[in-house]
Design a protein around this ligand. Sequence first.
Ligand code: FAD
Ligand code: DLZ
Ligand code: SF4
Length: 521
Amino acid sequence: MTRPILVPVLGDQLSRNLSSLEGLTPKEAVILMMEVWDEATYVKHHKQKIVLIFSAMRHFAAELAAEGWQVDYVTLDDVHNTGSFTGEVARAVERHAPSEIRVTESGEWRVHHAMLEWEGRFPCPVSILPDTRFIATHEDFRRFAEGRKHLTMEYFYRAMRRKTGLLMRPDGKPEGGIWNLDAENRKPPKAGLSAPPAPKFAPDAITQDVIALVGERFASHFGDLEPFGWPVTRAQALAAAEAFFARRLELFGPYQDAMVHGEDDLYHSMLSTSLNCGLLDPLALCRAAEAAYREGRAPLNSVEGFIRQIIGWREYVRGFYWYTMPALAEANALAATRPLPEFFWTGATDMRCIADCIRTTREDAHAHHIQRLMVLGNFGLIAGIDPQQVADWYLAVYADAYEWVELPNVAGMVLYADGGRLATKPYAASGNYINTMSNYCGQCRYKVAEKTGPDACPFNPLYWHFMARNRRRLESNHRIGRIYATWDKMGEARQREYLEAAEAFLESLVPASPGWARYAD
Ligand code: FAD
Ligand code: DLZ
Ligand code: SF4
């Protein structure tokens, strides 16, 4: 019998067009899928994220087997399970004596480096293939980035529009004559704003088994286990995309930045979990969005905005990650060292905006972009929280979180820890921004209009404390400089009030107990 090709397929590689499967026939290959302790616990992922990945893996394995592929599937409770990718590949090499190991490159640096060691370790060649599900290659990003001080996403995005032809006119100009229609978006929520619900998928027998497993083995992880409604198959993910196009895309653009208590995801697509584990193809999704525009089912500002999130931001952060790792994981340009407060895990804070964003995070393993950026992230920035603790939190709590997408957003977009390579200025904001873009403040115990004093919104003094303590680092930034003119005009007594109020608030923060984000060694 000829020796098979062993194809490890990871939990975020659940795509039939995976490069490692391309050109193979079921007769030549053994597909290896592994539920491993190390992946489920390198941070203590939200329970729903583990359910999502294990269930989607089991469904994908069943689909492949039904097509005639030989799938060697190792479950978490297999008594011989070694707990790591490398350990499981080693056992599979013993079982199958493959002629070759063929794998698609991993999304995360950590796993990539483990894979690089397979070549010397196993008695057969190891081929690590590019992940062709992304539109930009590593080389595309390197060419874009070289020689630039600031890696402005907008220019990268235009290159992706040209590369894909999405929303491009035959004369090479962008559809509508303009690349970016955000001026028509970012509207504050109007009273009573309410979006049609995103579909939730009732757990089938496979998902129910996994829910029981996760409830038993990962009980100490953050987050509600049930109700669980994420898509776990390609068919479900496609149905979720269809529902988004039919019900939400039209108003996606205008209300992209709005936050409404009780309307957790508003007009957002809720498709990141499916995109990131491979159930949806990003380019096909963007082509479907473009078709909605061309057929008059959705306006250009919403469709362009949606496509920009995917071929712009999503591709950009992935390129940025590989271009700046491993330094990005250590970056701390603003020398922020405060421990993460306990309320990031418990939600027990009087700040209503934060409590609400943490509640949706706990219930759904999701919060939308502006909740992540301008409420939770903004707090982390202006309170000066240690970037690695913030990054661990984001990686643990969201069902769509993988380091390649989480870390550039946290270290680059939110915390300015990369010194401004990704964002041209820190997204620091006082309570006024949150009040404009949400309905959180009306019922908050704090008063957003008060700047200092016991009832003042904590974002107000923290904002000035952030500006004052980072003056040396930020003053020369032309997008920030004028803020210091306002600060200087305030006079010393007012400045002191702000600084003392911020310091009293910061003193009152209780650091998170160890053990929320990671297991003790
Ligand atoms: P929509 O608003 O409907 O957007 C459509 C798609 O665009 C998303 O599904 C996503 O694939 C893509 N997208 C949008 N914004 C971004 C972005 N900034 N970076 C990359 N892709 C983007 N997204 C993740 O997928 N995983 C993460 O771990 C993650 N961590 C984040 C951490 C922080 C601090 C911030 C500010 C953002 C983070 N994001 C992350 C980006 C964004 O918040 C989520 O992609 C989005 O909330 C997912 O919900 P949705 O599918 O409804 O998105
Ligand atoms: C996120 C995750 C989890 C929770 N568990 C597994 C697993 O047991 N097996 C697996 O193949 N993949 C898992 N994943 C996804 C991996 O963490 C992801 O493939 C790597 O981080 C590389 O991007
Ligand atoms: Fe958040 Fe301040 Fe508004 Fe309260 S008043 S909800 S703390 S922004």
